[in-house]
Design a protein around this ligand. Structure first.
Ligand code: 8YV
Length: 332
């Protein structure tokens, strides 16, 4: 970049046109209006000479890519999760990483409850039943499920979204809320959300409904597998709104098929957008295509925050939500 030219950025996927227009006030922008999924080599080629990239959670940023893109200074994820970023490699390369926390908390917590209600009360199964013309009479046990109100909700992962789910459960549905997390919340925070800390096994054995809200990492891979499913109640439901890979999808499909747990609600999948074929053939699971944050205001807010990070950092050295602020301290 010569001294008087504007920074150049790449927007990896299609986003709201007004966000592209806003970015274009500050940068030379290469956008992706057709929303093509570029093969990695093409992504790297398009990143040449770019100082910033607007990513959406699906683009892997690692040491190999960073070595091939020496001009890159910031990667701004339009997602709170950033398991697509190798943050230590970015720090080593002097590249700032930013994510989009906060703005999607309540929307994603709503989706957790939508899946919980749908799974426990067999909403999707009931709809399929009706559309298939199978509803010809009332029966005392037709599509009966489990209660959500007044039951015990077990939350694994107690960050912002976990706490928003706890509040909904305790205050809205009169649930007893237990949680497990890497670290226990301060007592005042536990009281504020009405949740009690327990060990993971106790949570799995006690909860009527289990909700997963942990970030994905090597450590959280298959947090729920066959052994954990075996601890759960046969009447229990499992909801995953976190990331694919937190649950062993093959083991879950088998547990659902064998009635070892009652139902599940999944918004995220191992290897998505592919879905394990066994999950597609079991009836007692509600499947949605990673729409946890998908409301108009929230997706706008996420895109705006990613844009704010690019503008803040590349024009004034002041990002809003940096993940590795030490990059700035190092003056790189
Ligand atoms: C995004 C998400 O839709 O923010 C996250 O971590 O999982 C979703 O809200 C997805 O990552 C694409 O941006």
């Amino acid at each position: 970049m010569n001294a008087c030219s504007r920074p150049r950025i790449l927007i990896a996927r299609a986003v709201f046109p007004e966000i592209v227009d806003r970015l274009a006030l500050h940068f030379e922008v290469e956008a992706n209006a057709p929303d093509d999924i570029w093969p990695r080599a093409e992504f790297i080629r398009r990143l040449q000479g770019k100082q910033g990239v607007f990513t959406t959670g699906g683009e892997r940023i690692d040491a190999e890519l960073l070595a091939a893109c020496p001009d890159l200074r910031i990667c701004a994820n339009m997602a709170v999760g950033y398991n697509n970023f190798d943050v230590p490699a970015m720090t080593a390369a002097g590249v700032l990483a930013t994510n989009a926390p906060g703005v999607l908390t309540e929307t994603t917590a709503d989706m957790g409850f939508a899946l919980l209600m749908a799974a426990a009360r067999r909403v999707a199964e009931s709809e399929h039943f009706l559309r298939a013309g199978k509803w010809d009479r009332w029966a005392y046990d037709m599509l009966i499920g489990q209660d959500v109100h007044g039951s015990t909700l077990g939350i694994i992962g107690m960050g912002r979204i976990g706490q928003a789910i706890a509040r909904r459960g305790a205050l809205g549905f009169g649930m007893k809320v237990i949680y497990h997390n890497r670290s226990r919340l301060p007592e005042a925070d536990e009281a504020a959300v009405g949740a009690r800390y327990v060990g993971k096994d106790e949570l799995l054995k006690t909860a009527d409904h289990v909700m997963l809200v942990v970030p994905y990492s090597k450590e959280s891979h298959h947090t729920i597998g066959a052994a954990e499913l075996a601890l759960m109640k046969p009447t229990a439901t499992l909801v995953n709104i976190a990331r694919g890979g937190i649950v062993d999808d093959a083991a879950l499909a088998q547990a659902l098929r064998e009635g070892r747990i009652a139902a599940a609600g999944l918004d995220v999948f191992e290897g998505e957008p592919r879905v394990h074929p066994d999950l597609l053939t079991v009836p007692n699971v509600v499947l949605t295509p990673h729409i946890g944050s998908a409301t108009v205001p929230t997706r706008r807010a996420m895109a705006a925050l990613a844009a704010d990070n690019l503008i803040g950092y590349l024009t004034q050295g002041k990002p809003v939500t940096p993940l590795n602020p030490e990059v700035m301290a190092a003056g790189t």
